[in-house]
Design a protein around this ligand. Structure first.
Ligand SMILES: Nc1ncnc2c1ncn2[C@@H]1O[C@H](COP(=O)(O)OP(=O)(O)O)[C@@H](O)[C@H]1O
Ligand SMILES: [Mg+2]
Length: 291
């Protein structure tokens, strides 16, 4: 079986990319790290996608790690692969959906999955009117932020409007989201196929409402109750991804999905749970290839 990880070049590869490659090398005879930037797509005659002399069709499975910075080149490669027999965890369209928090929430809502009420609009004035109707705090998010850095939690409407003004001046679209009251924790499930293979909690650093590890949040083992697992599995289906992370927040009366991540980091969850998550992902792929 020929397996390729299609992602950042080795010098930029994060811990998780290396973990997945290490585990893949234990399972598959032929494993290659294909940097997104080294693939050449060609049209004019019959479309082709080449990595050196290898056509991408020569791989049995391609596991993408396409972050939003590389989506502009990653998306056309995935579109090309959509029409080949190469197996992968999701279609090209998922790259666009997952890198846009609003589109993610839209796909989830269409499947009846509970998400915070969220708005997006092109006009400052309309955004201000939406802000006027909100309770405090108000959440605003850049469409493709990660690590908590593109999330603003505004404690006053004036501050929220000022932020909208600045962001729009920079031609930066932003979504406005209802704050889900929660104990400063978010819950992450890693999904492979139809299963939650690992889950953990992230607890926000004191004084912060954002639970990201990147911002000082702490990971803790957390086993999901079965109804929550079901929401996570349905969410992965809604964004058409067989391998991804789904993040949830729990308030007193309900559980909401806040985002999906197609390139989940593995260090935090592997440390918190003692589960070899990279191996479980590769095991899932191995089973898919045997079917
Ligand atoms: N609607 C919300 N209500 C309450 N807390 C939220 C909400 N959205 C985000 N958060 C908090 O902010 C953190 C970062 O938001 P998230 O949408 O996951 O962005 P990122 O992609 O940067 O991680 C979440 O982990 C959660 O702790
Ligand atoms: Mg997040």
């Amino acid at each position: 079986m020929k397996f390729a990880l299609l992602g950042p070049s080795p010098q930029f590869a994060a811990h998780s990319t290396k973990r997945l490659l290490d585990e893949a090398r234990k399972q598959f005879k032929h494993v290659e790290h294909v940097p997104l930037t080294d693939v050449v797509l060609e049209v004019g005659k019959k479309p082709r996608a080449l990595y050196g002399k290898n056509a991408l069709e020569s791989y049995d499975y391609i596991l993408p790690r396409i972050d939003s910075k590389r989506a502009e080149i990653g998306y056309p490669i995935m579109r090309y692969l959509d029409e080949t027999d190469v197996m992968k965890p999701y279609p090209a369209s998922t790259v666009l959906v997952a890198h846009n928090k609003f589109l993610t929430l839209m796909e989830l809502t269409k499947k009846g999955i509970p998400v915070p009420e969220t708005w997006i609009t092109g006009s400052k004035e309309t955004a201000n009117r939406i802000i006027d109707k909100q309770k405090l705090p108000i959440i605003m998010k850049l469409l493709s932020g990660f690590g908590g850095e593109g999330v603003l939690i505004m404690e006053s409407k004036d501050a929220a409007k000022a932020a909208i003004h600045t962001l729009k001046t920079l031609r930066q679209e932003v979504l406005i989201e209802e704050y889900v009251p929660n104990p400063g924790e978010d819950i992450r499930a890693i999904i492979a196929g139809d299963e939650v293979i690992a889950s953990f909690k992230r607890i926000a650093a004191s004084g912060s409402k954002k639970a990201n590890i990147h911002l000082g949040g702490k990971g803790a083992d957390f086993k999901m109750p079965s109804e929550m697992k079901e929401i996570a599995i349905q969410s992965a289906k809604a964004i058409k991804s067989r391998i991804c992370a789904i993040d949830l927040v729990e308030s007193k009366d309900a559980t909401y999905v806040i985002e999906a991540n197609i390139n989940p980091g593995l260090r935090g969850i592997e440390n918190a749970t003692d589960i070899n998550v990279a191996k479980r992902i590769i095991d899932y792929i191995h089973n898919e290839l045997k079917r």
